[in-house]
Write a protein that binds this ligand. Structure first.
Ligand code: ADP
Length: 248
């Protein structure tokens, strides 16, 4: 809902690697509670853009604001995570030897070593939050299973749950449905849609059917800039977009 303002402003961002312009005057605005999909051919700058938002890559120039006041370019990666930006990479990185519950508890604590001491001290409120997240990610019935025994899709949802334990305002999700079955993809679509509103969600995804099924708005990146933006129907009929994808 744009009337509630933007959660993320990227303005005139430029990034070069050894003289090669990976990001070229990028401007992007993500609304509060929006579910945005970023598409674009390989090398378009999608990963670099995510790296800028999380502080992994510093742009050569430009501005990046989180909400109205937080200047992302003056912050370290941990500070940005702390401020409420969570990122999920393509490969799930759950603790395979630990239960689903413990994974969520660890994500809340942020440190594996504190698990045993934490167990005794977890508050009712924290327990409720874990239950709520379990419900959201659809793993309530798997609470005691080892994460290593989950399906690929379930691991991905667990990792999204682990991010949710940190209460991020903005979630960045990298190719969530790669390697998933159709059923898992449908479930993931429902999950991401249920997160929007409460959170702002930015998804980088190659699967166009999936993008069509979830996105409020799609941004097409090409050569480090925004080539087109709008509904999936709008961007897929844009002749510039058609040309870029046919040329791939
Ligand atoms: P995408 O995620 O859309 O495939 P990337 O952001 O990974 O695109 O890459 C954009 C361009 O920048 C590509 O041409 C890539 O080769 C280049 N690039 C990305 N990271 C680096 C780096 N660390 N060093 C050199 N070139 C890079």
């Amino acid at each position: 809902d744009i009337s509630k303002g933007y959660i993320l402003y990227l303005e005139d961002i430029n990034v070069s690697f050894d003289g090669f312009k990976a990001i070229n005057n990028l401007n992007m605005y993500i609304g509060n509670g929006e579910l945005r999909c970023i598409i674009g051919p390989n090398g378009a700058g999608k990963t670099t853009m995510m790296d800028i938002i999380t502080g992994k890559t510093r742009p050569d120039s430009g501005q990046a604001w989180f909400g109205q006041k937080i200047d992302l370019l003056s912050m370290s990666e941990p500070e940005i995570a702390q401020a409420g930006i969570g990122r999920k990479f393509q490969k799930p990185t759950v603790f395979e030897q630990q239960s689903v519950f413990d994974n969520l508890e660890l994500a809340m604590a942020g440190d594996k070593g504190v698990l045993t001491t934490l167990r005794a001290r977890i508050s009712g409120e924290q327990r409720d939050r874990i239950d709520e997240v379990l419900e959201t990610i659809g793993l309530t019935d798997h609470i005691h299973r080892h994460a290593g025994a989950l399906s690929h899709g379930q691991k991905q949802w667990l990792e999204i749950g682990m991010l949710l334990m940190q209460n991020p305002k903005l979630l960045l999700v990298d190719e969530p449905v790669a390697g998933m079955t159709h059923q898992e993809m449908d479930r993931t679509a429902e999950l991401l849609k249920s997160l929007a509103g409460q959170h702002s969600v930015v998804v980088v995804e190659h699967d166009m059917d999936f993008v069509r099924s979830i996105a409020d708005k799609v941004t097409v990146l090409h050569q480090g800039s925004v080539l087109a933006e709008g509904s999936m129907a709008e961007v897929q009929n844009d002749p510039r977009v058609v040309e870029v994808y046919l040329g791939e």
